[in-house]
Design a protein around this ligand. Sequence first.
Ligand code: GLN
Length: 225
Amino acid sequence: MIELTVCHLYGNLLNTYGDNGNLLMLKHRAKQHGILFNIEIISLNQSFDPSKYDLVFFGGGQDFEQRIVSLDLQTKKSDLSSYIENDGVMVGICGGFQLLGHYYVDAAGTKIEGAGALDYYTLNQVNNRFIGDIVIKNEEFGETYKGFENHNGRTFLGDQVKPLGIVEKGQGNNGEDRTEGAHYKQTFCSYLHGPLLVQNIPLTDRIIKQAVKNRFPKQAEELFS
Ligand code: GLN
């Protein structure tokens, strides 16, 4: 049986709205394809080894926990960037999505440094949150994803990243430009809870397939044919 090593980044601090369900879903679908997931949490004061992991999941959180994570993240930023740049598979949701970017200005106006691994930044909004059902369309994959968003942050993408989708219903990254999430190399970020990967199986399978392909290219074709 193929085994994948999966990192739940700050999994003991960032797990709002059941984002942990994304990992449960990945593990469940992987098992159906005959792939075993070994999941470990990497959190504060632990190093992140970019060569060790086949998949990294970075979930959502509240501003308080994001501030704590931000400080520790500065020690991991170069390893995270090299993981992403080397086509490592990564999923970032909401707070995790925000923290992979340059910075996040939280609801209280405090600027929280991100990992700077992806080209975007996040501002706050006063006395408002984007809350509700959301539907986005990814033209490249020809897939529609649905979920639930709940965030104060307004994220603005730079030139280096594509959105995960274009908003058909809801607010998305910033309520202005109809972008939602970010897609760069094999990193997929989104504001969608639900959890995202429970509600959107084609994306779940795409992520598992890519993770297998990176480590076991020959077996990936057989498993998913
Ligand atoms: N604290 C962040 C915000 O409100 C992220 C929230 C979340 O992860 N759901 O924008």
